[in-house]
Design a protein around this ligand. Sequence first.
Ligand code: SER
Length: 314
Amino acid sequence: MAEKIVVLGSNGQIGTELVTALRKVYGESNVVACDIRRPDYDIKNSGPFEFVNVLEKDTLKSIFQRYKPTQVYLLAALLSATGEQNPKLAWDLNMNGLLNILDLAITYQTAKVYWPSSIAVFGPNSPKDNTPQFCVMDPNTVYGISKLAGERWCEYYHQKYNLDVRSIRYPGLISWKAAPGGGTTDYAIHIFHDALKKGTYASFLNAATELPMMYMDDAIRGTIELMDADASKITIRSSYNFAGVSFTPEILAAEIRKHIPEFTLTYAENDPRQNIADSWPRSIDDSYAVKEWGWKPEFNLERLAIEMINNLKK
Ligand code: SER
């Protein structure tokens, strides 16, 4: 059967690259990009684009009616740092946006739904190193709470309605094509921009804050691999732990200095994002993703830094 794919939240950091990747695989006209804002590049030129707010049920319904998608990717969300500035809006968007899509996917018999979760589902009492798939989860950001609740809803819709919903707990995603969306891990992108532009960067996380990260190309490939995997291989319907590389601001700065020797890193004090980072894992055990659908990252810190610097230089 020919695939028809709808991507909601297509203009964000992930959507921008996911739409491009999906259009390469499935053809430009078969991937419908949807967002509340008109995209400034790429997406609007090469395939269908629709204005959609995932909280407006009627608009959403008309999209399902018109395109009869076989796959839906829901990426529209408020992230960890932005969510703390507007907790109720974050809850509304992240939760009701998901429920709207899950319901429409049942009504219109969408074959597969993708929804991203995050390392933010873990909290201060989760194990910090090699955080397992199943452990204590006590997120203390509204973003993390909404992702954990969303995971439970995904599993519920799978068990109760047999919906084929798939999900990954993304670590901090490092990319250069589109700006990051207001997360706690965004420092690891800003640092490259400032290193090239100013030769110095003031990090809002302190030197030793280690967090799980991943280069965007790995994340996009992993996402499509999960969606392509045979349903019988997928035992986890909440969300898969997913790992790339872990590092601290200090380690990242040392890597950048291999290319820009005069680069200096300073630290901004008392940023609220520090508390969020301190509640998250340092590294992730993704053995279920490895075992069940063959996940394997390709970008280590060295390669990630080279890609970021070379592409941002252009
Ligand atoms: N990058 C995200 C954030 O920092 C984590 O899911 O909010």
